[in-house]
Design a protein around this ligand. Structure first.
Ligand code: ADP
Length: 508
């Protein structure tokens, strides 16, 4: 595959003591962050976003609020740091994925609120498309499991429910895009209508093998191709920020969806390398190299890295309940006062004495896929006390991660080479050590909790020549915490057998 632009030397704003600005347009807030040449965070500005829930299961946001909050952060971070746009070498954008916005080509005004990735309103539409027999085609071309989560049916819903929208779309009068596209379009004052391959690969309209929008899928979902942005590599030219927003109008040279930006920010450049974010849920991506493997375990295949003239695909899986199990211990059971104390409580006992918590609060995801499963606490004895229960809850994050990573290994044929971690619960040394023990590989936690934003900065900085190459990026990560496996293999097997027995009970 050839990139539209040369990966290096696009010529960002020259500045010897310059920095890169990352825009992190997340679901609950947007941020602008400045990074120096060592990948260190210099300054950050953040604004919360309002979530709207107009009906049960519906989730929307105001596109103008997303844009104005983002611009406010861009301005604020310059004043906070004293670093103004003449010293900003390039800009990288990372964003909540799948969320869509539709706007008028003439006026630039959105015709409806942003329909957010979490929104379930189009579930019946997806069911219909699958019932019509299009499931296999969707899986083959997009790498995704058909779901309302992805963008396609959200765009179709707007066209079918906003008065006159479908006619306007057919007449070429509407444009659409994910949040990255909306920001790029407005920051360049309408000069660039583009997205990157990683965001495109989450729309269910994009052929991840051909790296192009798919006419048949556009037809199936009723989305006119003329609305769609141009899809480009993640590292390359996305236009110049308009001078009325930033005086020295730096260029946007990097764009990637949040999970893929995080993969890049962790420098997971080798096939088999994996990053896992331990937040409310866990999000795991494994680099597959050039091979877009189809999962047999219900994981999705997606564009992982589109930088430097090549494509690395990735397998993606998620654990629905991870850090949320700790919130449940605190807020539901009142067993603990804070998430932080779980590490010392869990370490205060040698093991759980056969107790397992399977937090299938809303069913079990990959690799089990049972939405009807419900949680279980198994193996309770008179000796099961607070510390053992807390330990079992902490261990559940590591067991669930283990199950998905084993599915990824089976699907990809790649043995795990490393696990890079971040997210709130990655600060728990007990969980990280237990994870290394179960997997039998090193678990590596970097110094920064900013892998997602850093990934966007890396993509932009490589395109501008701010950083020379991937080796230079890798060399920035010297201060990391490494957890190496210590547990005997037989003990691991014994524990895993107990875990899988407990999972079987939730499935029953
Ligand atoms: P998100 O981005 O999904 O909101 P974060 O990455 O901020 O998540 O992580 C917050 C989650 O991590 C919460 O569910 C919290 O219970 C859990 N968490 C935070 N610190 C710890 C800790 N030291 N040990 C275990 N879990 C933790």
């Amino acid at each position: 595959m050839s990139t539209a632009v040369s990966p290096a030397g696009l010529g960002g704003t020259p500045a010897s003591d310059g920095c890169i600005m990352a825009l992190d347009a997340g679901t609950t807030s947007v941020r602008a962050i400045l990074f120096d040449e060592f990948g260190r965070r210099i300054a950050v500005a953040q604004r919360p976003l309002t979530m709207k829930y107009p009906h049960p299961g519906w989730v929307e946001q105001d596109p103008v609020e997303i844009l104005s909050a983002q611009v406010a952060c861009m301005i604020e971070v310059q004043f906070k740091s004293g670093i103004h746009s003449n010293r900003i070498n390039a800009i990288g954008i990372t964003n909540q994925r799948e969320t869509v916005i539709v706007w008028d080509r003439q006026t630039g005004q959105p015709i409806y609120d942003a329909v957010v990735w979490q929104c379930r309103r189009t579930a019946p539409l997806v069911e219909r498309v699958v019932a019509e027999g299009h499931g296999d085609l969707i899986r083959e071309r997009t790498g995704l499991v058909p779901d309302a989560y992805f963008s396609a049916t959200k765009i179709a819903w707007i066209l079918d429910n906003v008065e006159g929208a479908r006619d306007m779309a057919e007449a070429g009068q509407l444009m659409c895009g994910t949040v990255d596209t909306w920001l790029v379009y407005n920051l360049t004052r309408g000069k660039v209508h583009a997205t990157d391959f990683t965001n495109a690969s989450r729309t269910m309209l994009f052929d991840i093998h051909k790296l192009d929008w798919d006419d048949e899928l556009c037809e199936i979902f009723g989305v006119p191709r003329s609305m769609l942005p141009e899809a480009r590599p993640s590292s390359g030219d996305f236009g110049e920020v308009s001078a009325d927003i930033m005086t020295h109008h730096p260029r946007i040279l990097g764009v990637a969806g949040d999970q893929q930006a995080s993969l890049f920010g962790h420098c997971c450049f080798k096939p088999g390398s994996v990053k896992n974010t331990y937040g409310t849920g866990c999000f795991m991506l494994m680099n597959l190299g050039g091979d877009a493997v189809t999962s047999k375990n219900g994981l999705v295949t997606t564009v992982g890295i589109a930088e430097g003239g090549a494509i690395d695909y990735a397998l993606e899986g998620s654990v629905f309940q991870a850090g949320s199990v700790i919130q449940w211990l605190r807020d539901g059971l009142g067993l603990i006062d804070s998430a932080e104390e779980t590490a010392s409580l869990a370490s205060s006992v040698p093991d759980t004495d056969g107790c397992y918590v399977v937090p299938a609060f809303t069913g079990l995801g990959a690799p089990w896929w049972r939405s009807d499963a419900r949680g279980v606490i198994a193996g309770i004895t008179r000796g099961t006390d607070k510390a053992r229960l807390v330990r079992a809850a902490c261990e559940s994050m590591a067991y669930q991660t283990y199950d998905i990573l084993k599915a990824m290994e089976a699907d990809s044929g790649h043995a795990l080479t490393s696990l890079e971690v971040d997210g709130g619960a990655a600060n728990n040394p007990f969980i990280m050590q237990f994870q290394a023990d179960l997997l039998g590989i090193d678990v590596v936690r970097g110094q920064t909790s900013e892998s997602t934003a850093l990934g966007a900065a890396f993509l932009a900085g490589l395109a501008s020549g701010f950083w020379a190459d991937r080796d230079e990026l890798t060399s920035l990560f010297e201060d990391e915490t490494r957890f190496s496996p210590e547990m005997a293999e037989e003990r691991c097997e014994e524990l895993l057998a107990g875990w899988h027995e407990a999972v079987r009970r939730t499935l029953a």
